[in-house]
Design a protein around this ligand. Structure first.
Ligand code: CTP
Length: 403
């Protein structure tokens, strides 16, 4: 999954011959999972049709503050468009539009939207080679960059004039790749690796039966997504679950038993920056696993169970640089037990959820947690969706990593 998946990208098109490439650019953004809206300068409609772009982007395309031909026309709100966008990209950005952007000129909808946008702004210039290296153009680039705008440089090659040189609009896939790399590079967990356990474990009784639990894996998968969305590489070790995730930064390792999970966690632990153990690991497993299906014979059946290895405690015993985060699901004396586990297992953070709280725990979409650190700091959160809880936890982890 691309880092722009689910993000709102506003594409501003100005009037250059390279505008024909914006059809492919919109497609590339859509294929990457982004939501796309397009705003055009009036003159750019001579180079590519709004119909093409609205069809590809699946959104109406705007080029003026209102439609002059329609007496019931609605006002196209540039502020709303600017606020909608997670990213604004002006491509192709002509010398004229760039100069106006640099000076705050605001004589069309694209420029008004640019001035209203609060999000990161990229601009991909396209013009003839002499225009591209003219001192005033170079001055414009510098001015725009000094405002925090990000330039996606033009490339060299044959230009519309027939001349060969610098000034070609970057190819659509290169514009997308540039934006992805830029966004990733600025994310707070960029360069960090996180090991995560999630879901239940199944402990075999015989070839057809097992001891399991009701964990859905939802919480763990949400944490994986929240961390990956902030740039972390996530190694997600998951027990059997119906959860699915597809993200370029998440590597999923499927395991079944507590022993499998233990081995997988130890295989990766040494080189990670953070380990978050959210799995509901079985505490006990059958001492003997029957090699063939156990037949019902007597009125009772006794299984002898033995303790599984405590993965969290075993990592706590060997941890060095790693920030170690555990979970505690309690029904009584919650804080006391959670603090006890934090200390005993040598954790940096523990996430406590109480089964006494309605909407918390297994199989729900919500959770209510208290996060406690090894210095005794404690934050109790409201009942929230597991997506939001995951974001809160990842936020606390970022603070800890930067402390
Ligand atoms: N955990 C683990 N390996 C186990 C058991 C638990 O890694 N074999 C981890 C869980 O992923 C969770 C934390 O330990 O992060 C839960 O702690 P634990 O002491 O197991 O809690 P409970 O199972 O609730 O313990 P108790 O039954 O003693 O309350």
């Amino acid at each position: 999954m691309s880092i722009v998946s689910g993000k709102n990208i506003l594409l501003g098109i100005s009037a250059g011959i390279a505008a024909y490439k914006t059809a492919s650019l919109v497609r590339a953004f859509i294929k990457a999972g982004a939501h796309v809206k397009v705003v055009m300068t009036p003159a750019s409609k001579d180079f590519v049709t709004p119909l093409t772009l609205s069809t590809l982007s699946k959104n109406p395309v705007h080029s003026s503050f209102y439609n002059e031909d329609d007496e019931n026309a609605e006002w196209n709100n540039h502020v709303e468009l600017g606020l909608w966008a997670d990213y604004l990209i002006v491509a192709p950005a002509t010398a004229n539009t760039l100069s106006k952007m640099a000076h705050g000129t605001c004589d069309n909808l694209l420029l008004a939207t640019y001035l209203s946008a609060k999000c990161p702004v990229y601009f991909a210039p396209a013009m003839d080679l002499d225009m591209y290296k003219h001192p005033s153009t170079l001055h414009t680039f510098e001015k725009l960059k000094s405002y925090g705008n990000i330039m996606i440089p033009a490339t060299s090659g044959e230009l519309a004039s027939g001349l060969v040189g610098e000034g070609r609009l970057a190819e659509p896939e290169d514009i997308l790749a540039f934006m992805e790399a830029d966004i990733l590079g600025k994310l707070p967990l960029q360069g960090k690796t996180i090991l995560l356990t999630a879901g239940p474990t199944y402990e075999a009784i015989d070839p057809v039966r097992f001891i399991g639990n009701h964990s859905s894996g939802k919480m763990g998968f949400e944490i994986a997504k929240a961390a990956a969305n902030l740039g972390a590489k996530v190694i997600l070790i998951t027990g059997p679950t119906h959860q699915k995730v597809s993200h370029s930064l998440i590597e999923t390792i499927a395991v079944i038993s507590a022993q499998d999970m233990y081995e997988a966690a130890h295989r990766f632990f040494e080189n990670v920056d953070v380990a978050i153990l959210s799995a509901a690991v079985a505490d006990y497993k059958p001492k003997e696993v029957a090699s063939s299906k156990i037949k019902k014979e007597d009125t009772t059946l006794t299984l002898e169970l033995e303790k599984t290895k405590d993965i969290l405690a075993s990592l706590g015993a060997i941890k060095k640089q790693q920030l170690l985060v555990g979970f505690a699901l309690e029904t009584n004396n919650e804080l006391e037990y959670a603090k006890g586990k934090l200390k005993k297992k040598n954790l940096d953070l523990i996430v406590l959820n109480s089964l006494n709280d309605k909407g918390a725990g297994f199989k729900t979409d919500t959770n209510k947690v208290t996060i406690i650190d090894n210095k005794g700091n404690m934050t109790a959160y409201e009942l929230k969706s597991k997506t939001e809880v995951a974001k809160d936890l990842v936020g606390v982890i970022i603070q800890k990593l930067n402390a």
